[in-house]
Design a protein around this ligand. Structure first.
Ligand code: ADP
Ligand code: MG
Length: 242
């Protein structure tokens, strides 16, 4: 089921219980190896889209393929390609970092010895080594976010999806995270992130889509977007948030 897309979304719609239509039939493709940003204001449908891709949210209509595998027919295979960094912290606050990482690898069938080696590698790379025996609740916000990145990498996925990874993280730490993500991308890992910071997408991403009100309103290269902004033909107000 190989093809050159890391992600293919066709006519994806999501109506939440109660009738709110969060996604109104979106089409989106991300090529393997891309560094892609899904931009949009709060409430646009970014997390819903990611939720569907990672099967945390049931879709109403449409099709999603991950590295050629349809999530309706090959969900486990599709999921094996994805590392997810969710918008909200969702680990056990009382567990030591090492355990969180090694347990995560266990869910994917990675043997313990390999898991420990990987955990050590990512704790060092993400500047969490000094905290390896600490419980997660002792970490700062930026450290917790980095812990979630390490956790997402434990099964060595082909694609990393990060939902607003740098929201509320100070600029110094944010830059460190950007460097780390660029290093991963240079190793061939496809990266998709959501953000409402345009400058974040600008410094990192090759291609972008803008989602607003559950619809894709723009899908272009980062260069293309900047050219439009320069020509002032671009009207969406990304400043409508927080
Ligand atoms: P974003 O991540 O872009 O901020 P979301 O995908 O979280 O946006 O939300 C899109 C819209 O769907 C918002 O209006 C939000 O209130 C609504 N929504 C999200 N989750 C639910 C839910 N579980 N039930 C009902 N509405 C929801
Ligand atoms: Mg969100």
């Amino acid at each position: 089921a190989y093809d050159s897309y890391a992600l293919e979304i066709n006519a994806l719609a999501k109506t939440y219980k109660g009738g709110f239509q969060a996604l109104k039939g979106i089409d989106l493709t991300v090529k393997q190896g891309d560094f892609f940003a899904l931009l949009g204001p709060n409430g646009a449908g970014k997390s819903t889209t990611i939720g569907v891709i990672t099967s945390l949210v049931n879709k109403t209509k449409g099709q999603v393929k991950v590295f050629g595998y349809d999530i309706d027919t090959d969900l486990e295979k599709a999921k094996s390609f994805i590392g997810l960094v969710p918008q909200e912290f969702n680990f056990n606050q009382f567990e030591p970092l090492m355990n969180i990482l090694v347990n995560q690898a266990g869910y994917y069938g990675v043997d313990k010895k390999t898991a420990v080696i990987r955990a050590e590698k990512y704790l060092k790379q993400l500047s969490l080594w000094d905290k390896r025996h600490a419980a997660a609740r002792e970490l700062s916000g930026g450290m917790k976010r980095r812990l979630m990145i390490a956790r997402a990498l434990m099964h060595e996925p082909q694609m990393l999806i990060l939902d607003e990874p740098t929201a509320g993280v100070d600029i110094e730490i944010r830059r460190g995270m950007w460097d780390f993500l660029q290093t991963l991308n240079a190793q061939g890992i496809t990266i998709i992130l959501t953000t409402h910071y345009l400058e974040e997408a600008e410094s990192l991403c090759r291609n972008i889509a803008i989602i607003d009100g559950g619809e894709i309103v723009e899908n272009t290269s980062m260069k293309g977007l900047l050219a439009q902004l320069e020509g002032e033909t671009f009207v969406l107000d990304l400043a409508v948030h927080q």
